[in-house]
Design a protein around this ligand. Sequence first.
Ligand code: GLN
Length: 195
Amino acid sequence: MKPHTPAIGVLALQGAFDVHALRLAELGADATLVRKPGQLAELDALVIPGGESTTFLKHLERSGFYEALNEFVHSKPVFGTCAGCILLASEVTNPHQRSLGVLDIDVERNAYGRQNDSSILTTETSLPGGPLEMVFIRAPRITRIASGIQVLARRDDSPVLVRQGRILASTFHPELSDDPRVHQLFLDIVQSSTT
Ligand code: GLN
């Protein structure tokens, strides 16, 4: 039997969604842009892209999307990048804001100051295949992680790519580098939780 191709949504309310969808499609996934809460029912997994988490929250709350998304992230594989990571966290500071609380980490928004607003670093990762390029744009810093969460890459001493079971999160933008390993890891997580 042909393996089931998981349906992966990319939340497309705001921010950097197109490039995620493109990358997922290049890796053979069935990627859909998600603009309405009703679409979630047809999906096996979801990417919450980078952007501005406060703007995401406004859109989500206005359209009755927040509750549907909350339910989804508590049961299906989800990959949050940058603002997406902020939305998934337990606690958000600088300033405090509402979050889905499905990933047991605390994050500080815009934590690298104006000088380092955006930067591209290449560092070690525990993903196979050597160092990983990471594009940071007004990135948050993960200031606490629960024990048992897997740290796959760090910037200085802070985790920047973490996995808690079916939840994957990065404080950088893997869709902006040519390296497909982070998206591939998410597809592997999705595949193993849908089979
Ligand atoms: N600074 C944004 C926020 O706090 C995140 C930036 C990003 O997603 N690139 O929501």
